[in-house]
Design a protein around this ligand. Sequence first.
Ligand SMILES: [Fe+2]
Ligand SMILES: [Fe+2]
Length: 244
Amino acid sequence: MLDTNIEEVVQEDFEFATVLQHYGIDFFKCKNLTIKEACAGNNVEAQRVLAYKNIEGPNLSKDGNVNSRSDVTQIVDTLIKSHDYFINNKLPDLNQLILNLKPEYFTESEKSKCEEIKFLFADFSFKFIWHMRLEEKGYFDYVNKLAIASTSARECPKEWLEVILNSFSLSEFEMAHGNDDDELVAIGEITNNYDLKESDHLYLSVLYKELQKFEKELIQHARIEDSVLLPKAIELENILRQPL
Ligand SMILES: [Fe+2]
Ligand SMILES: [Fe+2]
C-alpha cells in the first residue's frame, strides 16, 4: 500500500483524499507520488496516515447508532455528536476541497460551475451551522427538559411543567425544519446529481462523491430528527400534559 500511487488509491477510495488533506497533503498535487513519497515530502509518518484511514470514528456521522428503540436522551446526545462531526470534520473537509477547486477541472462549457459551487457551498455552510446551533438551543434543549420532567412528573410543580411545555413548539419546529438546504439542492442540480463520466477529472470525482456522501448523511440525520426523535417528544408532551 505504501508504494501505491496516490491517484490509484484515490480512484479506488475517494475518502483517502480527505484523509491526506487532514495531514496537509494535497492529494491532487501529489497524485503521481506513492503514499510513502508524499508523506516523506510533507514530513508526515505514513503509518499514521494509514492508521487514520482505518479509524471509523472521525470519518463517520454517529446517527446510524440510534433508532426508534433508543432512549430520547441518547438520541439527542447522538444528534449533538453528529453536529460536532459536521462542524469539526465534514464542513472543514468539504470547504477545503471546494477552496482548491479550479475552473480547469471542468470542461470548457462547464467552467462557470466552479464559482457557482464555491458561492453556493459557502452560503450553505453558514446557514447549516446556524441551523445546528438553533436546533441545539431550541429543539434538543426542550426535548431534554421533557425527558427530565417525565422522570419526575409527579414531583414536578404544575407551574414548572407549564413553563417547560410552553417554552417551545414542536409543531412549529416540524413545519420549519429542513428549509435550510436550498444551496445544497442547487449544487445537486447544477452537477446533475453529482453525475460523473469516465472522462471527468479526478478532482471532480472526489468532490462529487464526498458531496453525495454528505447529502446522504444529512438525509439520515434529518430522518432521525423528524421521524425518530419528534414522535418520542410528542409522546412525552402528551404524557406530561395529562396532570395539567
Ligand atoms: Fe441537526
Ligand atoms: Fe436539522
